[in-house]
Unconditional design. Structure first.
Length: 153
């Protein structure tokens, strides 16, 4: 049994954004802004939080649907839960949500420098389908490419 079995997944609401943003800032060197999350909720994106028994935020994800493809905009797991099955649990929920919306695949971008995420996505079954040059901000005003990956549902 992994740590994800004791967690509750529910739709993200405005009251979750402070904790979501704090988690984002704790795990990413170039995090989304608080406003990015607020705008995503206002736009109606499919946003979910994963909370522990005492309400602590364990993770979250945001999906956008376009035609027949879900775009995974952001996903994160709290650092103390890395390697405990929580990421896989979220990927299962992402696939389930996309299937429920009759999508054919899930698309995402990931930094080449994010080796842990790349390993998780590849192990799950995502395949690299391209690159976006200079997609992400990097240190000292530089840019980092994005690896584009797809998971067929």
């Amino acid at each position: 049994m992994n740590d994800a079995t004791r967690l509750e997944l529910r739709p993200m609401v405005v009251g979750d954004v402070d904790a979501v943003h704090a988690l984002e800032c704790s795990v990413f060197p170039h995090p989304w802004s608080h406003a990015n999350f607020m705008d995503s909720l206002a736009s109606g994106y499919d946003a979910w939080v994963l909370r522990g028994p005492e309400g602590a935020l364990a993770g979250y994800f945001l999906l956008m649907y376009a035609v027949d493809e879900a775009h995974l905009l952001d996903v994160a797991v709290a650092a103390p839960l890395h390697g405990r099955g929580v990421g896989r649990y979220l990927l299962d929920r992402i696939a389930s949500r996309a299937r429920a919306e009759r999508m054919e695949s899930v698309l995402l971008e990931v930094r080449p420098s994010n080796a842990r995420a790349l390993q998780v996505y590849r192990r799950y079954g995502y395949a690299e389908i391209g690159r976006r040059k200079g997609y992400y901000p990097a240190h000292e005003g530089r840019r980092e490419d994005a690896i584009v990956m797809r998971y067929m549902l």
